[in-house]
Write a protein that binds this ligand. Structure first.
Ligand SMILES: [Zn+2]
Length: 153
């Protein structure tokens, strides 16, 4: 049973996307600073469609209004962007929408890479570890705390 009040499908259906609060609820508080930074830099026309932790790293999915973007393979998606030209055909000049998407993707990629070095629980410097078959990025103190919890009682 999902605990969050809004499901990803609701987020897409209501056309709003993840807001800052929902994004923060989706990951540990150690990454809230990263999330806040990404929302502050986000162009208003880019929607955040999913935020989650996977394999110890932050996943921050966005939608430019035309396609779903997988940020782990941004190059492929930049090439395949199907943004309809609004004022006739585009020349060789770079589409400002496409340029904006690219720039934001780079920012998100940096943030995702950073998340592998930041404890998801408390925000201190951390590293990837495996706890009970889950890969998490945690600092030493949080690793010890969570391991203790899984071995006693
Ligand atoms: Zn920690």
């Amino acid at each position: 049973m999902p605990k969050s009040p809004r499901l990803p499908c609701d987020v897409i259906r209501d056309g709003v996307g993840y807001d800052l609060d929902l994004a923060k609820q989706s990951v540990g508080q150690g990454w809230h600073g990263i999330i806040e930074r990404l929302f502050a830099a986000k162009p208003t026309w880019i929607q955040v469609i999913q935020v989650k932790e996977k394999f110890g790293g932050l996943r921050f999915y966005v939608n430019d209004g035309a396609v779903r973007a997988d940020l782990f393979d941004p190059a492929a998606h930049v090439d395949s962007l199907a943004i309809p030209p609004k004022h006739g055909s585009q020349g060789d000049g770079e589409d400002p929408v496409r340029a904006g998407v690219k720039a934001y993707w780079e920012l998100v990629q940096d943030a995702e890479a950073e998340s592998f070095k930041v404890c998801e629980e408390c925000g201190k410097p951390g590293s990837r570890c495996t706890i009970d078959h889950w890969i998490k990025t945690l600092c030493e103190a949080c690793q010890g705390r969570l391991c203790d919890g899984s071995t006693s009682d």
